[in-house]
Design a protein around this ligand. Structure first.
Ligand SMILES: NC(=O)c1ccc[n+]([C@@H]2O[C@H](COP(=O)([O-])OP(=O)(O)OC[C@H]3O[C@@H](n4cnc5c(N)ncnc54)[C@H](O)[C@@H]3O)[C@@H](O)[C@H]2O)c1
Ligand SMILES: O=c1ccn([C@@H]2O[C@H](COP(=O)(O)OP(=O)(O)O[C@H]3O[C@H](CO)[C@@H](O)[C@H](O)[C@H]3O)[C@@H](O)[C@H]2O)c(=O)[nH]1
Length: 459
């Protein structure tokens, strides 16, 4: 089939490459010419493990190309909207990019063949109808006749995006249009239930977990839109719960890692998303909880549990700052080395990361900050121009003259740091590991005082 994907970001570039790997002819459309050029030269416009090689293979096979023009919409059987939906200051989703993509589709759409327009962006309930009416207005076509709009929320996680798109747990499709439903089943068929990718085995990752048969779930547009927000908010609540439990474990002298492991053995609860952290963050959970909350208030049905998770999450950031302050007595004149600026490992995405809140808390209390991230420093710096941070070229360098090293993101390379050498550079040998990621290391032997979150004293 012929597919157009509007938006060459974290979702669009992965989605486009995955449909190309399924044998479809894909054009990714982005208004940012630099992203278009990168794809056409066989490189990924974002950092995502494995994506460079996959895009290169698909471009070489002539199944994938990119453009900053909407011409390919004319030939497309299916056109995805995968543009950003950032938060507005009041927390509601800003649909400006979605509206402009819908208008451009309306101008370019072919009047003589049926096209399915699919919302893949995370959008508030009712947006499929809004997209349909804008396309109707621009094209003069009637929704349901020569085009139909469907909702197909995306559930991929950054850092594991290829595994998630090639081996999904579920595909959710929301449309009341029978022809659109048929076309989308055909589009997704090659991706469903695949365990091997034959000639593409070198560019499609092997699954890292036992796979269940993916569920292809069909519903109406609004329910599909709602499923996305409710899923993300549920996961945020789950993490906030274990983070609050971690604080209690600390007071009670119990070990939150063992508690989470034991709790997660109940198949009704599950082991995932019970990893302690300095709080959830990133380009999705903060904005999606904010939109869901504002919708809930608008309709007089506030989701107080989600609000509690948001508040608890903020206090988790503060808790980490306070833990460092308590240990060092004061932060005035102290230097803190920060490891990790992205909201999780294996991404360069530094949008709405916990590091900005925590670093700004440290600076407010009088500390100076040196920081390192393997992929996210450039974006972090651009998004946080007001934070006075000394950016380091290695993790080791953050230890120079430091009174404490604070690990925020559990990048693999931080497990290989030479702590003996780091100890020599540090003024005060203290480490706070907010992911309990390095707890197994022989800290006492190295003469470093190590703290995790909710795990008590480490031998
Ligand atoms: N990032 C994730 O992990 C993830 C996962 C699931 C869902 N989502 C949702 O998917 C959507 C996209 O997220 P993202 O992280 O990929 O965003 P992004 O900002 O990385 O990418 C969006 C891209 O769209 C382009 N764009 C904007 N308006 C355009 C237009 N009118 N025409 C052509 N190009 C246009 C931008 O230049 C940009 O490259 C959001 O709604 C997000 O909530 C994101
Ligand atoms: O046990 C955990 C799991 C995650 N996190 C944190 O939670 C945030 C989000 O993590 P994750 O969900 O892995 O990252 P995203 O790439 O933001 O993915 C989420 O947001 C996407 C965008 O909507 C959805 O598609 C995904 O399904 C959903 O998991 C990050 O700060 C993580 O460090 C924890 O603190 N503990």
């Amino acid at each position: 089939m012929k597919v157009a994907v509007i938006g060459a970001g974290y979702v669009g570039s992965v989605t486009g490459a995955a449909f190309a790997a399924s044998g479809h002819h894909v054009t990714v459309i982005d208004s940012d010419k630099r992203k278009v050029d990168r794809i056409n030269s066989g490189r990924s416009p974002i950092y995502e493990p494995g994506l460079d090689a996959l895009i290169d293979a698909m471009v070489r096979r002539r199944l994938l190309s990119a453009s900053d023009r909407y011409d390919s919409i004319r030939d497309a059987d299916v056109a995805f909207i995968a543009v950003g939906t950032p938060s507005r200051p009041d927390g509601t989703a800003d649909l400006a990019y979605v509206r402009s993509a819908a208008d451009a589709i309306g101008d370019a759409i072919n009047r003589d063949r049926f096209t399915v327009i699919v919302d893949k962006s995370t959008v508030p309930v009712g947006t499929a109808a809004l997209v349909a009416s804008r396309i109707e207005e621009r094209s003069g076509l009637k929704h349901g006749e020569m085009f139909a709009v469907a909702s197909n929320p995306e559930f991929l996680r950054e850092g594991y995006a290829l595994e998630d798109v090639f081996y999904p747990d579920r595909i959710v499709i929301g449309t009341g249009n029978a022809k659109a439903r048929r076309m989308l089943r055909k589009l997704y068929a090659p991706l469903l239930g695949r365990r091997t990718y034959g000639a593409l085995a070198d560019v499609v990752p092997q699954p890292s977990r036992p796979l269940a048969e993916p569920v292809y779930f069909e519903t109406d547009e609004k329910s599909a839109e709602m499923i996305k927000y409710v899923s993300n908010a549920f996961l945020a609540v789950k993490i906030s719960y274990i983070n609050e439990v971690a604080k209690l474990c600390e007071a009670l002298g119990t070990d939150v890692n063992d508690v989470a492991a034991g709790v997660g053995l109940d198949s009704r609860i599950g082991a995932k998303f019970l990893q302690v952290s300095s709080g959830w963050s990133g380009s999705c959970f903060p904005k999606d909880t904010a939109e869901l909350l504002s919708a809930s208030r608008k309709y007089g049905n506030e989701l107080t549990i989600v609000q509690a998770a948001v508040d608890s999450n903020r206090s988790m950031h503060d808790y980490c700052v306070e833990k460092v302050r308590r240990r060092l007595k004061t932060l005035i004149g102290k230097r803190i080395g920060v490891l990790g600026l992205t909201f999780k490992p294996n991404t360069d995405d530094a949008r709405q990361t916990q590091a900005s809140a925590i670093i700004s808390g440290l600076l407010d209390l009088g500390a100076s900050v040196s920081a390192h991230d393997p992929q996210g420093m450039a974006m972090f710096q651009t998004l946080n121009p007001d934070l006075e941070v000394r950016y380091c070229s290695s993790g080791e360098e953050t230890a120079e003259g430091a009174d404490g090293v604070l690990l925020l993101t559990h990048w693999d390379e931080y497990a290989r740091l030479d702590w003996v050498a780091m100890r020599r550079r540090m003024r005060t040998p203290y480490v706070l590991d907010t992911r309990n990621f390095l707890r197994k290391a022989p800290w006492k032997k190295r003469g470093i005082e190590y703290e995790g979150i909710g795990i008590g004293a480490v031998r």
